[in-house]
Design a binder for this molecule. Structure first.
Ligand SMILES: Cc1cc2nc3c(=O)[nH]c(=O)nc-3n(C[C@H](O)[C@H](O)[C@H](O)COP(=O)(O)O)c2cc1C
Length: 172
């Protein structure tokens, strides 16, 4: 199986825990976890298949490590790369900014030549607005809400992993 880089940023550990779950479900041997706290721009060049994960904070802001890295991220060339995104947020308290980070990061990926897989229906969520909802009714990536719908997280991860295995595609 081709190696996959899973880049994640997490302030209180929720996104980190999901990143580990996704790695275990795809392949412990072939999925490499990179904490955005340690990431360098050249790390992205190592992988053609990439998963990006982040939480959203403070009314639509990127998770802190992603925020620190953002200027460099905007220079990353995604030509020829396939990217899947997942985001964590709170759809009730931050209903106008639910998983905005996925939209902010995903827009850079598209502008810089990447192909996005793993889009996800907004059905089952009660947010008002989201920058991740570029097309009506579809998030740019998997949406998870550990604050309000934690009981659905494992099921959502399972379904999304099966979806991206087909869409990447991941063989072996
Ligand atoms: C002060 C604060 C601000 C937040 N702002 C947002 C927000 O704007 N949008 C959103 O979807 N979630 C927001 N959240 C929810 C977090 O993204 C959510 O708790 C997430 O699971 C945290 O993941 P992490 O531990 O990986 O950072 C906020 C939470 C807190 C405590």
């Amino acid at each position: 199986m081709e190696k996959i880089g899973l880049f994640y940023g997490s302030d209180t550990g929720n996104t980190e825990s999901v990143a580990h779950k996704i790695r275990e479900k795809i392949s412990k041997e072939n999925v490499y976890l990179i904490d955005m706290y340690d990431a360098k721009a050249e790390d992205f060049a190592t992988y053609d298949k990439i998963i990006l994960g982040l939480s959203t904070w403070h009314d639509g802001q990127l998770q802190s490590d992603w925020d620190t890295f953002f200027e460099e991220f905007k220079e990353v060339d995604f030509t020829g790369k396939t990217v899947a995104l997942f985001g964590l947020g709170d759809q009730y308290v931050y209903c106008d900014y639910f998983i905005d980070g996925v939209g902010i990061i995903g827009t850079v990926v598209l502008e810089n030549g990447g192909k996005i897989v793993g889009k996800w229906s907004t059905e089952g969520y009660e947010h008002t607005e989201s920058k991740a909802e570029l097309e009506k009714g579809i998030f740019l990536g998997l949406a998870l809400d550990e604050d309000n719908q934690f009981e659905q997280t494992d099921e959502r991860i399972d379904a999304w992993v099966e979806q991206i295995k087909k869409e990447f595609p991941i063989e072996g």
